[in-house]
Design a protein around this ligand. Structure first.
Ligand code: PLP
Length: 422
């Protein structure tokens, strides 16, 4: 509560703005993830790795809008590409070449994606990907992993990651769940129901479920079992494309049949995409009318232009710098906690990290400790040190960052750990 008092003292403008917002929005916002107690800070502007709040604080941003802002905020080449497109007109009711340019980049980067379609969010991408899988296989059921997050639509709204979600829609029809990173459980479910599933969809790193990378054995088993049962294997790489030019499937060496994409591919504007083998994706051909995939803002030119600029900046060198910094940060945070005997495990890969207050290895969703309170204290303590992460203790890096930003993070983390211990 001392932390909350300190927060309130510094954020009176945000409090006033939040009160105004609650007149208009249930809960004062229109996005569950950005809500936290006593109220979130309002952001006035952002540049590079900083956010400036309505209260004049300058935060070091290790959240990057849940990883969409891989180049930080308002990077010049992306701003230029987007404004240039908007000035020439946007959302034109007809195709534009810039969408093909972005599609080509995705196809070039991700070999399993031979053919692709855009959507306006990751939620919409996975929703339509499941439709494609059903149309292509003639089967109706979906298999996902416990703790897997694929957006907010009913078919994936089961076995959800956070304590806030757990238990929602438990009787959800059509979707079966299986334990993540548990090879035997996967074999069992395929032995019993394998021929019923249109698709097995999973994140190569369980994201909202705790930033837990899949084991190679699990991914390879998934590949074999889906092939044997003529089930499609779909990777939700909405978060993980930033791990390698070709995403986690390249980094981990397992190729799916279908891939969902989003976040970094829109240059910071709303986006999603799904793609895969050509003969599967052909169910979207408008003349077949097998899957009618439309959307007034789909392949929005400004988003496409922003995405082209963002991906051109996210080359192999930029990604390897990000991944190296990520490994350093995970290591340093682990060392800080162990020096003061706080039980802590840092999960993640590439430029992602998540802290968990437990000293057991965290390989499965079930291993994630029930440490919501400690994570929220950490979040608030980091926030009063002007370092911004997700309330669930997750963060990621952006390309403008260097060792100096890790130093600031680590200093804040050391101070914040004292608050967690107190
Ligand atoms: N899938 C994964 C793996 C995600 O991380 C997210 C968003 O966090 C989504 C799907 C949903 O994407 P969106 O928020 O753009 O609807």
């Amino acid at each position: 509560s001392r932390l909350i008092d300190r927060y309130r003292d510094r954020t009176s403008n945000s409090r006033d703005l939040f009160e105004e917002a609650t007149d208009v929005f249930p809960g004062g916002d229109t996005r569950a993830a950005t809500y936290h107690r006593p109220y979130p800070s309002f952001i006035e502007s952002a540049e590079g790795y900083t956010l400036t709040t309505a209260d004049g604080e300058v935060l070091l941003d290790f959240l990057n809008n849940y990883s969409t802002a891989v180049h930080g905020h308002a990077p010049e080449p992306i701003v230029h590409a987007i404004t240039d497109q908007v000035e020439r007109g946007n959302a034109l009711g007809a195709p534009t070449e810039v969408a093909t340019e972005l599609g080509q980049r995705l196809v070039d980067r991700v070999p399993s994606v031979e053919s692709v379609r855009f959507a306006n969010s990751g939620t919409e991408a996975t929703l339509t990907l499941l439709e494609v899988a059903k149309a292509a296989t003639g089967r109706e059921r979906v298999l996902k992993v416990d703790g897997g997050y694929h957006g907010h639509h009913p078919e994936v709204d089961v076995g959800l990651p956070s304590a806030d979600h757990r238990g929602r829609h438990p009787e959800n029809v059509g979707t079966e769940t299986v334990a993540y990173n548990d090879v035997d459980a996967l074999k069992d479910v395929f032995a019993e129901h394998g021929e019923e599933f249109a698709v097995f969809v999973l994140e190569p790193i369980l994201g909202a479920g705790g930033m837990i990378p899949a084991t190679t054995e699990y991914l390879e088993t998934a590949r074999d079992l889906t092939t044997d049962t003529e089930t499609l294997l779909a990777f939700d790489e909405i978060q993980t494309l930033r791990l390698a030019p070709g995403g986690a499937q390249q980094r981990y060496g397992v190729e799916p049949d279908l891939t969902a994409l989003g976040k970094v591919i829109g240059g910071g504007l709303p986006v999603g995409a799904f793609g895969g083998r050509r003969e599967i994706m052909d169910v979207c051909h408008p003349e077949r009318r097998s899957v009618v995939h439309s959307g007034t803002f789909t392949a929005n030119p400004a988003t496409m232009a922003g995405g082209v600029a963002a991906l051109d900046m996210l080359d192999e060198g930029a990604i390897s710098d990000l991944n190296r910094l990520g490994a350093t940060l995970r290591q340093r945070v682990t060392e800080i906690a162990s020096a003061v005997d706080v039980p802590l495990t840092v999960t993640g890969d590439g430029s992602f990290f998540q802290v968990h207050f437990a000293d057991e290895p965290i390989d499965r969703w079930d291993d994630v400790p029930d440490d919501q309170v400690a994570k929220r204290i950490l979040f608030m303590a980091m926030r009063t040190e002007e370092v911004f992460i997700a309330p669930r203790g997750m963060g990621n890096l952006s390309t403008p960052m260097a060792e100096a930003q890790l130093d600031t993070f680590c200093d804040a983390f050391e101070t914040a750990l004292e608050a967690v211990e107190a």
